[in-house]
Write a protein that binds this ligand. Sequence first.
Ligand code: DCT
Ligand code: MG
Length: 366
Amino acid sequence: MEKSETVANEDDTLQALVKPIPKSLQDKFACARPSSSRAKDVNAHITVELDKLATTYKSKNDTWRAHGYQKAISAIRNYPKEITSREEALKIPGVGERLADKVAEILESGRLQKVAEVCEGEEAETLKLFMGVWGAGPSTAQAWYTQGLRTLEDVCTRATLTRHQQVGIRLYEDLNTRIPREEVAEIEAYVRKAAGELVHGLVVEVCGSYRRGKPTCGDVDILITHPDGCSHEKLFRPLLTHLKQSGFLTDDLVYQEQNGNQQKYLGVCRLPGKERKHRRLDIIVVPYAEFAPAIMYFTGSAHFNRSMRLLATKKGMSLSEHGLRVGIVRQGREKLNEGQLLDTPSEESIFTHLGLQYRPPQERDH
Ligand code: DCT
Ligand code: MG
């Protein structure tokens, strides 16, 4: 009794460090809304065109423009009605004059001249092709293009490739094919069984788009921990060795990335049997104390995470895959102190600390 009182008091003290923000501001954050509240894509004919621009600007490393379009797309997706005029578009927060012109053009002609100019030329198509190579970002894609390369064959023969990019080229088709969720479940079962043979009582969860309920996934993100707080430490290397020996892991991309107390493996796997594709697999082993913030982070979506982190910042807090801290003082973007770690035994507790209603993973698909 005494102990729980102490904890409660401590919690109250820490909770008092949370900077309050007006409800009207809080309600503007994507993480304050379930993703299902999004309009049922009634404006998809508009967002699909804008999305082409966002993707192309991203591949051209024009992050600033890409981000601007992304924000507008998100605002339009959240608008509950079919947009029928320029004026209506202009009333949506996040949609300015120039974007409203584009909306009007799509409404009138069903297409956007700018998409033809920006996204459909040889350069844009080639950059898109190159960006599909694992390990090649916008700068590399641009450099290859400038060097005169136009096909994967050109890249293979004339570019100096990193080890990652060599894997990315060799497995280009497989790694650019989305994975049906049934196959993700098979991959999970395979890893779970192998891990269970090494350490008993582990918690193994597939996060990412799979946990958000998507029918297909770009990769498989597997998070592992152990409720006793220490047995996870014995797992990482032996598990990878085991999965390699059985032929399941075919290529390593990043063998071990140490992120504080979390260990991450990035690689490629293939299930046994004929006609199986190579699939991108991440395995992340975390201590139990960080399990809730880690599963929140690796579940995403990336947009949902950004929104949550920004909300935390506004409240003088800081959220990461390691934990939620309170009482953070910042000068611009720089943190001047470490603040204090809040107790986050569950995902629900993270939502509560941030003053948000709990959203299950399917409702975080922003
Ligand atoms: N993540 C994030 N910020 C990023 C990238 C990722 O917060 N820039 C988090 C959220 C999702 C999780 O990591 C896994 O990332 P991905 O596998 O890239 O995303 P996904 O949602 O699982 O989508 P996909 O189906 O493409 O794998
Ligand atoms: Mg994923």
